[in-house]
Design a protein around this ligand. Sequence first.
Ligand code: SF4
Length: 594
Amino acid sequence: MRILLAKNSGFCFGVRRAVEMAEQCAAEGKTVYTYGNIIHNDSVVRELAENGVHSIENLESLSTGDTLIIRAHGAPPAVYEACEARSIHLIDATCPYVKRIHKIAQKAAEEGNTVLIAGKANHPEVVGIRGWAGDNAFVLESEADVAGLPALAKAVLVAQTTLPEETFSAIERAIESRIDRPMELQICNTICDTTRDRQSEAEEISRRSTRMLVLGSKSSANTQELVKICKKHCKNTENIDACDKLLLDKLPSDDIIGIVAGASTPDRMIREVLQVMSEQEKTTIETIEAEAPAEEVVVLQVTEEVEAVVEAPEATAQTKSEPKPEQEDSSDFASAFEKTMTRIRNGQVLEGTVISVVDGEVFVNVGYKSDGVIPVGELSSDSDVKAEDLFKEGDTIEVEVTKVNDGDGNVLLSRKNVESKKLWDELLSQENIEENIFEAVGKEVVKGGLIADISGIRAFVPASQVSTKYIENLNEFVGMPMRLKVLEVDRQRKRIVASQKQVLLAEAAAERRGKWDTLIVGSKVNGVVRRIADFGAFVDIGGIDGLVHVTDAAWGRVKHPSDVFEIGQEIEVLILNVDIEKERVSLGYKQLHH
Ligand code: SF4
């Protein structure tokens, strides 16, 4: 049996984020409520309920002080207002992409547009959007609904994020072909990228499969759209909402089984189904991905001009309006859009605006049709830094694109890389870098040594270069301040090898040199006898050992220096000669004892 699995299967970004927020509440032992089921999946909803996350359909059932989670679908403003009026604490898990549609709808309504929403009227996401769109809004479930619209002067068309492209295009065409089409029509294709990818993967896989399994709930709109698409190309399409509904005897071994899953299908269900199927003989699994976007993608660069039109660059915006000269101002989507086209690619550094900071992740508007996300680990090289302490909504920040599309349609960003690049530039601009000493902190023990942090740059310190002494356990340097000398810089691979030992050795040498400078011939100094040899005694005069030759030990004949000195004896001596180059000091004892 051959299995073709869609790459974009299981929780989408927005659903995963909402479920994680609910799970976090459950982990903290809080009792919270979700406005409607958090996702269209009974087993996940049941599990959350067992852990204190309950679904309600009516705000009346809440009491003052209760906590309500708004799910990824979002909610109309009336819900926010009611909660505020009744002092109900809100956790807003609305998917940022849905939130953007709210903003488009709200702004369009404020500017006197009729808001047309392509989608299912009773779908909670559409109910929410409609609430933000004001009184002058219509929901269009299909092109047939377009005929029932009144005459419109200005209209903005948006879409439910999970609407099939085909339905949206049919509605768009129907509006454009009306005799009394709106004089000004702005089209914002707000279908979520992950929906598009899932639907195109479903189409491709169902064309190549003899049997299709669509995993997900019967009540999930996006799962049902996948069922419809698959049925068009593969008659043997089944919608499975639990692993135990999988009838293996219905799966002949020469079948090519395609598997797709809705955005609210938990990963564990997909894993279970694959596990069961892979127990069949000669099963192979291939992952099929929607055609990946080109490395370079045309995006909308956010400028004030475009922001003034719409604050939702994720929408594929086009203006289809009558060519009236007075429309060629900043409120013309098309001209604003065209004027501001640019490209992004992996590795590019962009300026963006912080939209929100949620659970350590930062959502950034970089002007692309999808928002960018800085995952927790990409925030800073300092793992102790918290996103909430660094950023707030509206901040302008520089970020690097690490992935144009993570598979869920999100742009992945890194602030750490930008920070690190700047630090590298600063570091490398220093003259004679190898001669400088850098303050650092020991970070972690790795194979063969230690990683230390030099102002945000990771440097490798080999174990032999950590200290002048043998160190048994390098962990004692983790979290401790260090002073490092750069031994090697690999500018291309951005790697530094550093040494603390060289700093310590150089310092000890300098200290010794300083002492030599204080030694003046003819002066008296105190010392301690450290060692006695046949030819004389070595005396420590403060870190430097000088020699009292046997002939300078006493005025009379001395058979052996031990006749005069004993080890540990404190004596006063005269400096007879200093040879700094050879590091030799000659001392006299008898000269002070006439
Ligand atoms: S389908 Fe897209 S818009 Fe909808 S919740 Fe998922 S990520 Fe958000």
